[in-house]
Design a protein around this ligand. Structure first.
Ligand code: NAP
Ligand code: GDD
Length: 329
């Protein structure tokens, strides 16, 4: 019999890659979506007919119970979240309701309806925040620096707690930043690659950014999705850091992205304090040793290839957007 997987956040970057992977692995795939006034299924357009979408919301525990009753999933991947760190400073309560209490609601629904469901929680390197050691690994203490990070720490520990209290097969993936051509346009990598394409096509003159010295351990979202799936294939639930094991600054990202189309980032990037954060995460660098050893997880896309993949995709997209007539350079 085909295994059934339920993915929350299926319309997001990671959800779309994970749904594709699960289909390729022969799963019956269900995606949880919230009701919006306008459907936002662009990222899952290619697989829309191959998956089943069900409406529910992390804020509404009854809708979660109903979805789990309907699907009776073998595996549930909780990717839904308010995922943008600056918004968490503006909407700290809503962020906690989605990213902290939402996890409890899902775990409780699983416990009541189908306790043998394997559960994946999308935890994050943002929990390390003001880092206590370098590189960060599964045993590194947390020190979150945003309402987003704080809420995710709760989500992490409630997952551990349901594993320890009720024996649920519940695992945390502590994922470091991962990007792709499907990344939301506000996140720094995509903001840069979109701007590079617009500048190259003569549609923009500058790119305004905040802290160019922040360092992240950036990988490819498709590689991250494979790690999530591998975690739920293990006999025992556990928590894993998923990272590339290398760190780069926002400035490094700019340099490679602009150079890829023959431009010098220093001619276009303007530092704008508007994009600084009330508290910053200066340096993230993960140690993926446990995932490599226990899961056999090895990323396939390098940092440099990720940057050029994103720039190339935005160059094509922006070119297609150009009107047939007009005065672009
Ligand atoms: P994303 O592109 O922002 O997608 C978030 C998804 O959550 C969207 O499908 C969104 O639905 C859904 N969602 C938000 N609030 C919801 C609610 N109340 N009820 C139901 N669905 C809701 O994020 P992502 O980059 O794919 O990240 C996936 C998960 O991994 C998130 O939990 C994020 O915090 C975590 N994470 C991401 C990274 C990373 O670098 N990407 C690293 C570590 C952890 P709509 O389409 O309707 O908005
Ligand atoms: N978004 C943004 N916009 N970030 C900027 C900008 C800008 O104009 N200029 C500099 N940055 C810096 C931020 O200050 C931050 O240090 C870094 O670029 C990365 O910012 P984001 O791309 O917004 O990602 P993030 O690291 O805050 O959060 C992402 O990764 C987390 C995992 O560590 C998100 O995907 C989170 O959901 C995820 O948990």
């Amino acid at each position: 019999m085909m295994k059934r997987a339920l993915v929350t956040g299926v319309t997001g970057q990671d959800g779309s890659y994970l749904a594709e992977l699960l289909l390729n692995e022969g799963y019956e795939v269900y995606g949880m979506v919230r009701r919006l006034s306008w459907e936002n299924y662009e990222r899952i357009a290619a697989i829309r007919d191959a998956i089943t979408l069900l409406e529910a919301d992390l804020l509404d525990e009854y809708s979660l119970l109903t979805v789990i009753e309907k699907v009776e999933p073998d595996e549930l991947y909780n990717l839904a979240a308010q995922s943008y760190v600056p918004t968490s400073f503006d909407q700290p309560v809503l962020t906690a309701q989605f990213n902290a209490l939402g996890v409890t609601k899902l775990l409780e629904a699983i416990r009541r309806v189908k306790p043998d469901t394997r559960f994946y929680q999308a935890s994050t390197s943002e929990m390390f925040g003001k880092v206590r050691e370098v590189p960060q690994r599964e045993t590194t203490p947390f020190h979150p620096r945003s309402p987003y990070g704080v809420a995710k720490v709760y989500g992490y520990y409630i997952t551990v707690n349901y594993r320890e209290s009720y024996g649920l097969h519940a695992s945390n993936g502590i994922l470091f930043n991962h990007e792709s051509p499907r990344r939301g346009l506000k996140f720094v990598t995509r903001k840069i690659t979109d701007a590079v394409a617009r500048i190259k096509h003569g549609l923009a003159r500058e790119l305004r950014l905040g802290n160019l010295d922040a360092r992240r351990d950036w990988g490819f979202a498709g590689d991250s999705a494979r790690a999530m799936w591998l975690m739920l294939q293990q006999d025992q639930p556990d928590d894993y850091v998923i990272a590339m094991g290398e760190t780069h600054s926002v400035r490094d990202f700019c340099e490679i992205a602009f150079a890829h189309v023959g431009l010098n980032y220093e001619d276009y990037v303007v530092v704008d304090p508007h994009f600084y954060r009330p508290a910053e995460v200066d340096l993230l660098l993960g140690d993926p040793g446990k995932a490599r050893t226990r899961l056999g997880w090895v990323p396939e896309v390098s940092f440099a290839d990720l940057v050029t993949m994103m720039v190339d995709a935005d160059m094509r997209r922006v070119a297609d957007e150009r009107p047939l007539v007009g005065g672009y350079v």
